[in-house]
Design a protein around this ligand. Structure first.
Ligand code: ZN
Length: 320
């Protein structure tokens, strides 16, 4: 009698949804993740046992993102904070290191064997952070996320392990899809020209030459010299498509297509790629799997390969 009265009071205070939820829902693991890719992965591994807040939404550039006041509140209240590391969140790093003293904080790239990492072309002591572009490397981050979540909630470790296992199978399928799809593309056409150097791991995995207008970070302005060099290269090698990125201004890519056109070579914009951020929440492209499926499918289609119109799962938006 007493219990049901308590339930009644709870329902009255916070709404019917709470009453309908199972008991453990009241005690979820609260996670804050910096990038969308980490947030999505934590949701897959955590399932119904976690509440995940991703700080960086669609189109947000992690190289220049700085934590807001509400981000700070969310992170200091979280049970676990997951960030990327490898100097991706260059503007947040100092804050995250301070936060470590108060809250469990984990860089999800910590567990990647160093020999899988690409050395940063400009700094011998740094690595290229864009590891999500290679699903087989992202798999190491999945394991680190699973372990950090299990350390925070040992009672849920079994569930996290089972979810991670399923997710790793999805990543293996994604890796196989990328390899199979890109293999249909003529080798001489495997040149990927984008706004910044986010696709190095993709290139290494799939035999692509990758040329970014800006470097590994988006922090430096693209020089006119670099634009001129790339225009000459597009013309000389008859490269037919370049790509814009969802989280970087397309101004420099337009300069390339215009420059090539002025030399009588027509270059199309092959599509928009998700480089450092995913698509809209609630869409397939707003998940890690959808993001990579989109990129692989768009690149293959634009550069003379063969890909299913709606991608690996048939869930890509029509007419991307
Ligand atoms: Zn980047």
């Amino acid at each position: 009698m007493q219990i049901s009265r308590r339930h009644f009071v709870l329902a009255g205070a916070t709404g019917a949804a709470l009453l309908a939820a199972p008991a453990w829902a009241l005690d979820k693991l609260t996670i804050v993740a910096t990038t969308g890719m980490i947030a999505d992965t934590a949701r897959r591994v955590g399932g119904d046992f976690v509440t995940v807040t991703g700080l960086m939404g669609p189109g947000v550039d992690p190289h220049s993102y700085r934590q807001t006041r509400s981000d700070i509140v969310a992170m200091t209240r979280a049970d676990l904070v997951l960030w990327h590391g490898l100097y991706l969140e260059a503007q947040m790093e100092e804050f995250l290191h301070k936060l470590e003293k108060r809250v469990p904080v984990k860089a999800v790239t910590d567990g990647i064997p160093r020999d899988l990492l690409r050395v940063h072309p400009d700094y011998a002591d740094k690595f290229d952070p864009h590891v999500w572009m290679a699903p087989n490397i992202w798999a190491h981050c999945v394991a680190t996320i699973r372990d950090a979540m299990s350390a925070a909630r040992p009672d849920l470790a079994q569930a996290f392990a089972a979810n991670a296992e399923t997710y790793l199978q999805d990543l293996a399928a994604l890796h196989a899809y990328a390899q199979k799809t890109i293999a249909t593309e003529p080798v001489e056409k495997r040149v990927l020209v984008t706004a910044h150097d986010a696709f190095g791991y993709f290139g290494r995995d799939n035999g692509f030459e990758v040329l970014g207008i800006q470097g590994i970070s988006t922090q430096s302005e693209a020089g006119l010299n670099r634009i001129g060099e790339l225009v000459d290269l597009l013309v000389a090698r008859r490269i037919g498509a370049v790509f814009v990125e969802s989280s970087v201004s397309d101004r420099s890519i337009r300069a390339l297509t215009e420059g090539a056109a002025a030399q009588g070579h027509n270059v199309i914009v092959g599509g928009e790629l998700f480089s450092d951020a995913m698509g809209e929440p609630g869409t397939y492209e707003g998940t890690y799997l959808g993001m990579i499926d989109h990129n692989v499918t768009v690149i293959a289609t634009a550069l003379g390969g063969q890909a299913p119109a709606r991608g690996m799962t048939g869930r890509l938006s029509a007419g991307f």
